[in-house]
Design a protein around this ligand. Structure first.
Ligand code: ZN
Ligand code: ZN
Length: 148
């Protein structure tokens, strides 16, 4: 995208933000059930707070999770956002610190979130793959598929 296109899109973005007097800038557009905002850019949905962060860091590839310092999921105010690794973000969210999957793996270290917002446990998947290899002498995941 050209700078002008980015400016144009950014305008659409900020038009959907409701700036609160108490400090948080709340996303007023479409929201995920967990409260996170979604913004459509070039035909795909991205998290609104992530978009706000990326706008301010156009020259960088933002691969980390964006943590809400204010603990307010729909907030897109830059000064309330910080880039952290997924595990750090999880640990900052104290209520999730000891959560684990049904097999006892800590979510903080093993959670992988799909684009549709659902999640799976990386460690469980690895074990299922090993089991598959043991039983069938191969892994179907090599072809990018996984059969339960
Ligand atoms: Zn905030
Ligand atoms: Zn697990």
């Amino acid at each position: 995208m050209t700078d002008a296109q980015i400016q144009e899109e950014a305008k659409l973005f900020w038009a959907q933000v409701d700036k609160q007097e108490d400090g948080c800038w709340l996303w007023a557009g479409r929201k995920h059930q967990a409260g996170y905002g979604y913004f459509n850019t070039r035909g795909r949905d991205i998290l609104a707070h992530r978009y706000a962060y990326a706008l301010a860091h156009l020259d960088e590839v933002v691969s980390e999770d964006i943590h809400h310092i204010c603990h307010n999921p729909p907030c897109v105010r830059l000064s309330h956002l910080a880039a952290v690794t997924h595990a750090e973000n999880c640990r900052l969210n104290k209520s999730r610190l000891n959560e684990s999957c049904k097999n006892g793996h800590l979510w903080c270290d093993n959670e992988v979130t799909r684009k549709d917002g659902t999640r799976f446990c990386r460690q469980c998947k690895r074990e299922q793959e090993n089991e598959s290899r043991r039983l069938f002498g191969r892994s179907d995941t090599k072809r990018g598929r996984w059969y339960r």
